[in-house]
Every structure is written in C-alpha cells, then in structure tokens.
Design a protein around this ligand. Structure first.
Ligand SMILES: NC(=O)c1ccc[n+]([C@@H]2O[C@H](COP(=O)([O-])OP(=O)(O)OC[C@H]3O[C@@H](n4cnc5c(N)ncnc54)[C@H](O)[C@@H]3O)[C@@H](O)[C@H]2O)c1
Length: 259
C-alpha cells in the first residue's frame, strides 16, 4: 500500500523510530524516509551502534534498558543533532489467562511496553527541552489501552500505562511546544498478530484460521489493518496538520474501537 500524501515540512527532519526492523515500526520508518526525513531505525534485532555502518542510520536498541536508551540518544545528539520526531513502536505481546499466567511474562511485557515507552519518551523530552526543539513524540499504544481482551492481561495493562504516560507528558510538555500523542492500532497484519493467532488458538481450543475470521468479522470497515494504515497517522501527527493535537490516543482500528 503506497502512501501518496506529501508533507514537505518533514523533509530533512531527524526522526527516531524504535522497533523499526519489521511490522508497524518498519512501515513508519519507511513512510518518513519517503518524505525525505533522516530516519534513525533502532531495534533490538539490529546489530551495532549508530556509526557502525557508514551511511546507514540503523542501530541496536533495547527500549527496556535505561543504558541502551541513553547511549543511543547521546550518539544521535553528537552525530546527527537533536531529534525532531520520536516514534516508539517497539513492543511485545504475551498471551495467557491472568489466573494461569506467570510473573515473568507480566514483568517482561511491562518492561518493554510500559518501561520502554517511559524511557524513550523521557529521553526524547530531555533532548527536546534542552535544545528548545518544538518536537513531536508519538507512542504506539493499542486499542488494548482502552479495552480489556481475553488472555492479554499483561499486554492490556502495559498499553493502558502507555496512554496514561502520553496524557501526563502531553500536559507537562505543552508549554514548550512539544506534542505527545499515542496511536492505538486495532488488528494489524504483522508477525506479532500472526503469533497471537497461534497462541490464542491454542489457549481457546480453536485454529489460527478461526481467530483470523473472528478478527475480520469484528472490524466495521470489513478488513484488518496493514502497517501502512498506522504509518499514515504517524506522519499526520508529525506534520503541520497535527500541530493542535496533544495527549490523544488515536484509534486506527477500522472502527473497532470508537472511544
Ligand atoms: N500488530 C497489531 O495488531 C498491533 C495492534 C496494536 C498495537 N500494536 C503495537 O504496535 C507496535 C509494533 O507491533 P508489530 O505488530 O509491528 O510487532 P512486530 O513484532 O512485528 O515488531 C516489533 C518490533 O519491535 C522490536 N522490539 C521488540 N522488543 C524490543 C526492544 N526491547 N527494544 C527494541 N526493539 C524491540 C522487534 O525486534 C520488532 O522489530 C507494538 O508496540 C505493538 O504492541 C500492534
């Protein structure tokens, strides 16, 4: 799916996208690159530091690790300058019924999704504040930030935390001209979603195909989403058109969530 909209104000902007190796993060990184932005693509699955591969703005990053996050922001600052836009798309999901779940999955899910969002947003805020940059921070939450879902207690809790952080940081940074918003995707066709169908099917005694049919039937627009559906909203939020939005959790769900 090609994004045809043009946002000339994004050309030359320095954009950090986490979780950029695949799925939603990769589509967002590609969408900004198509607008002529300078995109740092960071991911746990990447190897090396920002400068390791000349000409390539890719880097290893663990969003749940305070040192990893601060080192990347310092490297970006010294090599490329202050980030104008930060999109945190790194995330994981784990599935189990709460009564049958274990603490390790809870801790791991919240470490990446909640703590990771906090560490990335905090580092972005610090860099933007100290340089006087009227930047944009976008956190990828989920419609699981607004609803409960069977067998997804740790994930749902972690995404509610992301939305709470978004609202608070938006208020704190508004006087400095920095906006903070969350995108709340619905069912998006990525490796994460495909794995969730396998895990969900096992837990519920169904097949992944049963879950896929169930997924599509729940979306008023009649189809599940693609990563590019989310990327377009990230571009909008970072563009001039998004200048009067802050503290929002914007649903990209084909109508599945309406609040
Ligand atoms: N796919 C969906 O239906 C859906 C719906 C709502 C929200 N989301 C959210 O969108 C984001 C992206 O999901 P996706 O579906 O593209 O998943 P994905 O698994 O396809 O991609 C996630 C990427 O994040 C990276 N990552 C994981 N842990 C990391 C860490 N600690 N540090 C840095 N990078 C890390 C992975 O290596 C991977 O490249 C996640 O936050 C997810 O919760 C997805």
């Amino acid at each position: 799916m090609a994004l045809t909209a043009r946002f000339p104000e994004l050309a030359g902007r320095l954009v950090l996208v986490t979780g950029a190796r695949q799925g939603i993060g990769a589509a967002i990184a590609e969408a900004f690159a198509q607008q002529g932005a300078r995109v740092v693509r960071a991911d746990l699955a990447n190897e090396g530091t920002l400068g390791a591969d000349p000409g390539q703005l890719t880097a290893h990053l663990d969003v749940s690790d305070e040192t990893s996050v601060s080192e990347l922001f310092e490297e970006i600052s010294s090599r490329e300058g202050t980030v104008d836009v930060v999109v945190n798309a790194a995330g994981i999901s784990t599935m189990n019924f709460v009564a049958e779940s274990n603490l390790a999955d809870w801790e791991r899910t919240n470490a990446v999704n909640a703590r990771g969002s906090y560490l990335i947003a905090r580092a972005a805020a610090q860099q933007m504040l100290s340089s006087g940059t009227r930047g944009r921070i976008v956190l990828i939450a989920s419609q699981a930030a607004k609803n409960g879902y069977r067998a997804m207690g740790a994930y749902v809790a972690s995404k509610h935390a992301v939305l709470g952080l978004t609202k608070t940081l938006a208020i704190e940074l508004a006087p400095s001209g920095i906006t903070v918003n969350a995108i709340c995707p619905g069912i998006i066709e990525t490796a994460m979603k495909h794995r969730e169908r396998v895990d969900g099917a096992r837990l519920r005694g169904l097949t992944p195909e049963d879950i896929e049919r169930e997924d599509a039937s729940q979306v008023p627009l009649g189809r599940t989403g693609q990563p590019e559906d989310v990327a377009g909203v990230a571009l909008f939020l970072a563009s001039g058109l998004g200048s009067y939005l802050t503290g929002q959790g914007i649903n990209v769900t084909g109508g599945m969530t309406m609040h």
